[in-house]
Write a protein that binds this ligand. Structure first.
Ligand code: HEM
Length: 471
């Protein structure tokens, strides 16, 4: 790799003081630091923090190179895979944190549970838990919508993939998830400079959260092993799978995939919905069009899978919301060999960060990028979107395995909720994105509930009746 350039970037932070200053800036406003970097240095720039090089990417061609064409030259970054400091200390060696042959084997195992034919069977469960949540809203005027979305999406993933009802444990599970969510996905914190044996308050909270979750998840695995029943869900698939040597998965391996699906499978979708509520409250003309479609097509009925085709605008709203606020605001890799991208060299061992948030708001690919315009995703317009400029689910072999699951879930949940309620920001609620592992509204999302005028409702549909819940 001769004659290749090193990308531009700010001066290396190679002493403790400059590193501390950098951490402070990132903690104060990471998105602003990234945006300023792209503004000052261009599409591909480099940060050097104490000799660790980090390449920041937002050009669709570069995204294609890294996620698709040269995908095999990259692994997941240490922030994910390091068992002491990375996400793996919580998720273990599941789909999100593994690489190579083990990842390929696990991906093949999990894929059938996410296949379109199977996920369509999950639609009633998705609506059921949404309706159950709405029943709990009766008489309330204000609520933390973030908390409500998290609980509902967690229950949905637990029931559909593990046939487990976590309603009893919902509080414990969502608390544990919230604690783990505080772990900064990029690990850019002052605490990350301390040795891992230092028991900081945050680390103690994390240990308790993992203990709580393990108790619940090993409980679910134990029960299922005891009954040795094949319920056809993901958990059965994992428990019954055998590798080439006829070996089944250990409880720890099943636990790691289960925790991964719990985390990856609920808070991303919850955040897609959170930002949708914020954007609808700020854009009444979009909201009015959404209500018109829901009232016309559903006329008060609880939506079902069969209705989704007739609700294209509802889907466009979600896609546009994920453009402005991609729940996975960025994702990383580490180069496992020297890689050339557009005349630049990314040396082996360097981190690469694809900044989804930045490419989604780039005026070269998006006209008036800050505006909330669902029409961008109408069938005619969608065909003209620049490839790899819209990547809420990533791209290439490691594209989100829950992609279709999530889109169907968000579509059904938005239709079910927006049909009955209009949400408005509570007085004093300032909305600020907090880029943790996912992009969350900082400090929760307090909104006022306004019941929509009752439209003619037919008799309760099977989806709202508990006995209709798929076994
Ligand atoms: C709106 C909702 C969602 C968004 C925005 C989202 C986003 C993403 C992104 C960007 C990646 C790729 C990360 C990378 O390349 O490093 C990913 C991977 C993944 N997602 Fe999702 N996701 C969502 C919902 C879900 C759901 C519902 C599930 C499971 C039920 C799920 C499970 C996973 C798993 C297991 C991976 C790792 C796949 C692999 O590496 O093979 N996600 N997701």
């Amino acid at each position: 790799m001769t004659n290749l350039k090193t990308p531009p970037g700010p001066p290396a932070a190679n002493n403790l003081l400059s590193q501390l200053q950098f951490f402070q800036h990132v903690q104060a406003d990471m998105l602003a630091v990234l945006n300023a970097g792209f503004r000052d240095h261009g599409d591909l720039w480099m940060l050097d923090i104490g000799g660790k090089r980090n390449f920041l990417i937002k050009n669709p061609d570069h995204i294609y190179e890294i996620t698709v064409r040269q995908a095999d030259k990259f692994h997941k970054p240490q922030d994910y895979t390091d068992p002491q400091r990375g996400l793996a200390r919580f998720l273990g060696n599941g789909l999100l944190t593994s690489d190579g042959a083990f990842w390929r084997k696990q991906r093949k195992l999990v894929a059938p549970a996410m296949h379109t034919q199977r996920i369509t069977k999950y639609a009633d469960t998705m609506v059921f838990y949404t309706v159950q949540m709405l029943e709990g809203w009766a008489g309330k005027q204000e609520l933390d919508v973030d908390d409500a979305m998290m609980r509902a999406t967690l229950q949905i993933v637990a029931k559909t993939l593990f046939n487990a009802d976590v309603s009893q444990d919902a509080g414990r599970v969502s608390n544990a998830m919230a604690v783990l969510q505080e772990m900064n996905g990029n690990n850019i914190t002052l605490e990350s400079l301390l040795p891992t044996w230092v028991p900081t308050p945050r680390r103690r909270r994390e240990a308790l959260a993992v203990r709580d979750l393990d108790e619940i998840i090993y409980g679910i695995i134990r029960e299922r092993r005891k009954s040795s029943e094949d319920t056809g869900d993901l958990l059965s698939m994992l428990l019954l799978s055998l590798d080439e040597d006829g070996q089944g998965m250990s409880d720890k391996e099943v636990r790691d995939e289960a925790v991964t699906m719990f985390l990856a499978g609920h808070e991303t979708t919850a955040n897609a919905l959170n930002w949708t509520w914020v954007l609808l409250a700020q854009n009444p003309e979009v909201e009015a069009r959404l209500h018109e479609e829901l009232d016309r097509v559903l006329a008060g009925r609880v939506p079902s899978l069969a209705d989704l085709r007739q609700l294209p605008y509802t889907e466009m709203v979600i896609k546009e919301s994920m453009r402005l606020y991609p729940p996975a605001h960025g994702f990383g890799r580490v180069a496992i060999e020297d890689v050339e991208v557009d005349g630049y060299v990314i040396p082996k061992g360097s981190d690469v960060n694809i900044v989804t948030y930045a490419v989604h708001r780039d005026s070269r690919w998006w006209d008036d990028p800050e505006a909330f315009r669902p029409e961008r995703f109408s069938p005619e317009n969608e065909a003209n979107i620049r490839k790899y400029s819209y990547i809420p689910f990533g791209a290439g072999p490691r594209v989100c395995i829950g992609n279709s699951f999530a889109q169907m879930e968000a579509h059904l949940m938005l239709a079910t909720i927006a049909q009955r309620y209009q949400l408005r920001l509570a007085p004093g609620q300032v909305v600020q994105p907090n880029p943790l592992i996912t992009l969350r509204p900082k400090g929760g999302l307090h909104m006022r509930l306004e019941a929509r005028p009752t439209i003619q409702r037919t008799t309760p549909t099977p989806a709202s009746a508990p006995e209709a819940l798929p076994a």
